[in-house]
Design a binder for this molecule. Structure first.
Ligand code: MN
Ligand code: MN
Length: 365
């Protein structure tokens, strides 16, 4: 049994939970080492306090599960079989009386929930999500190494993006060039849809790249991430194409000052709220408070958004081993949108910045 499963089992014992029925691809992967996106088909990991866990998956993936290193029971089902019957039989072989079942309530759908209530009549359903988030929040050395690799590729992507900025190029043309270069390096997946935004588009925190052409005096915002061995990176850089005006410069300098201060404030023992507020106060004092409409950042790992959530009200204490983003932004409609985002790893001495592309304003000529 691996250590992650043992930690989950210890939690189940403490809380009187007889079965954890884990169905999200990310948590199945975290606990079993097997990743699959089964679409509408059932993929699940059933964990018990003492008995052997089992993984249920589409029959055609059984070979892949074995290849991933999972050496406990695998239940494959064909497209004409009812997987719930197999689940029922396998659980009954292990335990008889179930009072509490842990599921991922945010991930579970009603159809599956009804199947489970039929399997465990009278049982209470509790959330496994909070526990899973806490387990995943602290990264081990192996996870850190993978995330560092993903961050190095994200740095490379920004470098390519900057070299592709030319008068009249569209956002999509630059985006294409960036993703092409990454695929040439063997990258198969981005953490989310790559963003290249310029001019007025950059003033929306979640804008959509399109046919807008880059022109002199514009800021260009890149927000992207690379997936390596199922782990995500996430970087944002905003660069200038030619000379920008004083207001744009002031906005850039303010975001940078807030970003650097939040990196500096990140260390074990402070709260997520204190880190967020370090940047937020600087931005508010400069008069841009209302133009910073989102949280400072988010945890990062198998999911591009996970714990900790870096909000101005989160009392969560920062610990060694956490990985999160620091990404303040200022978006003034019609003037400029600037965001600077790094991924950091928390060590005993403070934040180690994993994304290394320069943050001083880059002016592309
Ligand atoms: Mn981002
Ligand atoms: Mn982010």
């Amino acid at each position: 049994m691996n250590q992650r499963l043992q930690k989950l089992q210890a939690w189940m014992k403490e809380n009187g939970i007889e079965v954890s029925f884990i169905t999200s691809s990310e948590n199945v992967f975290y606990l079993s080492g097997f990743f699959s996106n089964p679409h509408e088909r059932l993929l699940a990991l059933a964990v018990f306090q003492e008995e052997e866990p089992f993984l249920v998956c589409p029959g055609m993936e059984v070979h892949d599960v074995k290849a991933s290193g999972w050496n406990q029971e695998i239940i494959g089902y064909s497209d004409i079989e009812n997987p719930w019957k197999l689940v029922h039989t396998s659980i009954n072989k292990r335990i008889s009386h179930v009072r509490n079942v842990a599921i991922e309530k945010e991930h579970m759908n009603v159809e599956r929930y009804e199947q489970l209530t039929a399997l465990f009549p009278g049982a209470a359903f509790v959330s496994a999500e909070e526990k899973m988030r806490k387990l995943r929040m602290i990264k081990d050395a192996k996870e850190l190494k993978i995330i560092e690799e993903a961050c190095a590729l994200a740095d490379y992507a920004i470098e390519v993006g900057c070299s592709e900025i030319k008068e009249g190029r569209t956002e999509l043309e630059v985006l294409n060039a960036v993703e092409y270069a990454l695929k040439q390096k063997g990258v198969t997946e981005m953490s989310f849809s790559t963003m290249v935004l310029t001019g007025a588009n950059a003033a929306s925190p979640h804008g959509n790249p399109g046919s807008t052409k880059i022109k002199k005096g514009d800021l260009v915002l890149f927000d992207l991430g690379v997936v390596v061995d199922r782990y995500c990176s996430d970087i944002t850089r905003t660069v200038a194409y030619g000379d920008i005006n004083d207001k744009q410069k002031e906005i850039y300098d303010t975001v940078l000052k807030g970003q650097l201060a939040a990196v500096e404030a990140s260390k074990p023992g402070v709260t997520a709220a204190e880190v967020d507020l370090t940047a937020r106060r600087i931005i508010a004092d400069a008069g841009f408070g209302e133009y910073f409409p989102h949280r400072l950042g988010h945890g990062l790992g198998i999911s591009v958004h996970e714990y900790p959530s870096m909000t101005e009200t989160n009392p969560l204490v920062i610990e060694e081993g956490m990985v999160y983003t620091i990404e303040p932004g200022i978006y003034v409609p019609g003037v400029a949108g600037v965001r600077i985002e790094d991924d950091v790893f928390i060590t005993a001495d403070g934040a180690k910045v994993l994304t290394k592309f320069p943050k001083e304003l880059q002016i592309i000529r």
